[in-house]
Design a protein around this ligand. Structure first.
Ligand SMILES: Nc1nc2c(ncn2[C@@H]2O[C@H](COP(=O)(O)OP(=O)(O)OP(=O)(O)O)[C@@H](O)[C@H]2O)c(=O)[nH]1
Length: 323
């Protein structure tokens, strides 16, 4: 039959359309069931050309809007837009750029795979596939915070809240290097509470702890942010005064000595006024480590002890020109 020919042609055309339609629908179904955001935006205008169901469900309708309006709720292109990283110097697409960021609209973290591709009409567009990595990121952030807390605890003297000995040497070494680099003076002040054993023996260990805490507070209130103050032993404290001359360091030690002597620390029904013996030394040109500087300050402090306590001794060989 003659009529079969046109109908065959129609049939074969409709098979082509059907198969095209079903593969388009299939692709649509795949994209809309992905557990990730997929979007495409114009490289130049940032107009959104496509966004899958995952994205539409979170960020709403995209038609006629730009990626920064829909995804970031902002007034212009994002400062962190990666478009310039997706093409080479000749404007040709480069391999995918992978990065992580926190979306400001839904506050969740995403790992983004960005790539420049050719759109159906030949123009260059940006395609992003973004996977929600919030759970992993929150775990990482909590782990980092726990590490930082543990590190801070490992560097802090629990009783006074000052740096401990370990922190004093760690930060002190950095300060010494910086002072040498910048050719600025640096002073070390050490002090040790006098007859502290008597305070413990007379008023009890708790009273001794309270005295240490109060002296720690006095010290904290006196030092500048750039200085390094620590309890480096039982009743022994040390301070590194960065960019301080000998006169400034001596002045600081004198004020601290008076403050401690006049502290009248209340404990139960008594007031305890401890005294302290101070030693002071200036960094010299040959100090490449902290130890020799502290040894000189310690020597001077020992002189204060043997000389009658409750006093300041400056190490007798300050570097010329540092007073
Ligand atoms: N309450 C308290 N006492 C401490 C702490 N660490 C060390 N001590 C005590 O500090 C006292 C230090 O005694 P000594 O080294 O004899 O020195 P001192 O009695 O201060 O005498 P001088 O340093 O010579 O003036 C000891 O009794 C220690 O038990 C602490 O964290 N808390």
């Amino acid at each position: 039959m003659n009529t079969s020919e046109p109908s065959d042609i129609i049939a074969s055309d409709s098979v082509g359309e059907d198969s095209l339609l079903s593969s388009t629908q299939g692709l649509q179904a795949v994209l809309d069931n992905l557990d990730a955001l997929v979007y495409v935006s114009d490289f130049q205008t940032h107009e959104l050309l496509y966004m899958n169901a995952y994205g539409r469900q979170i960020w709403g309708q995209f038609e006629g809007r730009r990626c920064w309006q829909v995804l970031q709720d902002s007034n212009g292109p994002c400062s962190f837009c990666t478009n310039h990283l997706l093409v080479d110097s000749e404007g040709n697409p480069t391999p995918p750029y992978i990065w992580e960021f926190q979306n400001m609209v839904d506050q969740r973290w995403y790992q983004c795979r960005d790539r420049a591709i050719r759109w159906t009409d030949g123009r260059l567009v940006r395609m992003e596939i973004a996977t929600d990595i919030t759970d992993r990121k929150e775990m990482e952030i909590a782990l980092k915070a726990a590490h930082e807390k543990a590190r801070a605890a490992a560097l802090e003297d629990e009783l006074t809240g000052l740096h401990n000995r370990r922190a004093f040497f760690e930060f002190g070494m950095q300060a010494l290097k910086q002072a040498r680099r910048n050719k600025t003076p640096m002073a070390a002040v050490m002090f040790d509470l006098d007859h502290f054993k008597v305070i413990n023996d007379t008023h009890g260990h708790e009273a001794g702890d309270e005295v240490l805490r109060r002296v720690g507070s006095l010290l904290k209130a006196k030092v500048r942010e750039a200085d390094i103050a620590a309890r480096i032993g039982g009743e022994e404290f040390a301070i590194l005064l960065t960019t301080a001359t000998l006169a400034e360091a001596r002045d600081m030690a004198e004020r601290l000595l008076v403050l401690i002597r006049n502290s009248g620390i209340p404990f139960r029904n008594v007031k305890i006024s401890p005294t302290a013996s101070f030693g002071l030394a200036m960094m010299s040109d040959t100090d490449t480590r902290l130890e020799p500087l502290l040894a000189r300050a310690d020597e001077a402090m020992y002189e204060s002890k043997t000389g009658g306590r409750n006093r300041i001794t400056v190490h007798s060989e300050p570097e010329p020109g540092q007073a």
